[in-house]
Write a protein that binds this ligand. Structure first.
Ligand SMILES: NC(=O)c1ccc[n+]([C@@H]2O[C@H](COP(=O)([O-])OP(=O)(O)OC[C@H]3O[C@@H](n4cnc5c(N)ncnc54)[C@H](O)[C@@H]3O)[C@@H](O)[C@H]2O)c1
Length: 452
């Protein structure tokens, strides 16, 4: 199939490259010429495991990129819309999606063939039918269902493992206004045999994405609230508590051949310094705002947001309490990306942590294995000193705040031990390090070391 993907960001680029690898003929479209040029040169503009190889293999053959949206629509049969859908402070900002829909419509105005428009962006229920369809129809002078297909195919990939998630999906959702649209989405994914394909209407597809994200975020905030209770109670470790919770047969069922198998969703039932990223925070705010607009306050999800909001500052409070004040103290922040495996810093807890440490007078050094360039861009003149290696980052610090679960940070006990009597306080925001492996340890959900 000939496919155009509008928006060559984390979702559009991964989707476009992976579909090109599945032998579709894909053209990625973006307003950002640097991304377009990178793809055409066979280079990958983002840090994502496995993606550079796919782009290098397929660029110039099944994968091309352009800034010319109209030409891309003319030359293809199906268009995926992978535009940003930020939260504007009050509600979801659909301006990018609307503008792209309008421009697709303008292109369709002078195209005779039937074309399928599929929304891949995360959009509140009703958007595809009530915003995208009418915008395309008005600009094209055509009717959805008759002249063009209108579908919704939410994306469930997770940054850091995006290629693996796309190539081995757990489900494919084919939302559409009619069977013809859903058939086109099914044909797009015919290279994924054995994966459940859920044929639904557009609103259901849109809602599935929010419900899935909200459930995962809910589990994180639940674990964090229990973690805070563990700290208040004292001498009880949230990690041990959660090990007990994970062992329930509903989370770790018994399989005759494989024995006990832990469900991956247990990874969300784990304490930490909060969720960030380009999805959970904005999606939860968007769906709760949408609920309120429909006269349905979403009390559970409001609480999920509010529990998460305090996590980053809690790390700073722990550092301040542990050091007896932050003014002039050297503090190292480990991990700037919102999660391991990516250079994406959108809504990363590291941002408020660094800024608040600085505000309270700490001298901050930060280190991230891949996000240094992104950090320099995001912090600008407020950028902390960016260390070139983990060793350099922890060499002189009074306290280390572990913020991102990068596997490299597993080496901390050795580096801390090398500091001898000058060993820094380690505040473990991801509960990665064994509390007994370093002399001065403070972890989320553990006020005192649990008695062994
Ligand atoms: N990042 C994720 O992990 C993830 C996962 C699932 C779903 N989503 C959803 O997918 C959508 C895209 O997210 P993302 O993380 O890929 O965003 P992104 O910001 O990484 O990429 C969006 C791209 O769209 C481009 N763009 C903006 N306006 C354009 C226009 N008029 N024409 C062409 N290109 C334009 C931008 O330049 C950018 O490259 C969002 O709705 C998001 O919620 C994201």
């Amino acid at each position: 199939m000939r496919v155009s993907v509008i928006g060559t960001g984390y979702v559009g680029l991964v989707s476009g490259a992976c579909l090109a690898a599945k032998n579709h003929s894909v053209v990625c479209v973006d307003v950002d010429r640097t991304k377009v040029d990178a793809v055409n040169a066979g280079k990958c503009p983002i840090h994502e495991e496995g993606l550079p190889g796919i782009i290098a293999r397929h660029a110039g053959s099944t994968l091309t990129a352009t800034t010319d949206l109209a030409a891309a629509v003319h030359e293809t049969d199906l268009t995926l819309v992978a535009a940003p859908t930020p939260f504007d402070g009050k509600r979801i900002d659909l301006s990018y999606v609307h503008e792209i829909a309008r421009r697709i419509g303008e292109a369709l105005a002078c195209k005779d063939d039937y074309h399928v428009v599929v929304v891949k962006s995360t959009v509140v229920p009703g958007t595809t039918d009530e915003v995208v369809g009418p915008a395309v129809a008005a600009a094209a002078g055509k009717e959805p269902g008759r002249d063009f297909g209108l579908g919704m195919n939410p994306e469930f990939l997770s940054e850091g493992v995006a290629v693996a998630d796309f190539m081995q999906p757990d489900r494919i959702v084919a939302g559409g206004i009619d069977e013809r649209t859903r058939d086109a989405i099914a044909a797009l994914y015919d290279g994924f045999p054995g994966v459940p394909l859920l044929r639904v209407n557009n609103r259901t597809a849109e809602m599935m994405k929010y419900a899935s994200n909200a459930l995962q975020a809910l589990m994180i905030s639940f674990a964090n609230e229990i973690a805070d209770l563990c700290e208040a109670v004292g001498d009880v470790d949230i990690v041990e508590v959660m090990r007990g919770v994970h062992s329930m047969k509903e989370l770790t069922p018994f399989h005759e051949r494989a024995g006990r198998v832990k469900a991956p969703i247990t990874s969300f039932l784990f304490p930490g310094c909060g969720f960030g990223g380009s999805c959970f925070p904005k999606d939860l705010k968007a769906i709760t705002a949408h609920g309120r607009a429909l006269d349905l306050p979403m009390k559970v999800l409001d609480a999920v947001i509010s529990v998460n909001a305090g996590r980053a500052l809690r790390m700073v409070d722990l550092a301040e309490a542990g050091l007896g004040g932050l003014a002039g103290r050297r503090v190292t922040v480990l991990g700037l990306a919102f999660k391991q495996g990516t250079d994406d810093m959108r809504e990363s807890p590291a941002i408020p942590i660094v800024l608040e440490l600085q505000r309270r007078g700490a001298v901050v050094t930060a280190f991230d294995p891949v996000a240094a360039n992104e950090a320099a861009r995001i912090f600008g003149t407020a950028a902390p000193r960016l260390a070139a290696s983990l060793e350099e980052a922890v060499r002189d610090s009074d306290a280390i705040l572990l913020v991102t679960r990068w596997p490299e940070f597993g080496d901390l006990p050795r580096l801390v031990a090398a500091r001898g009597a000058q060993s820094p306080l380690l505040i473990d925001g991801r509960r990665m390090i064994d509390p007994r492996a370093v002399p001065r340890y403070r972890g989320i959900g553990l006020r005192e070391r649990a008695a062994s």
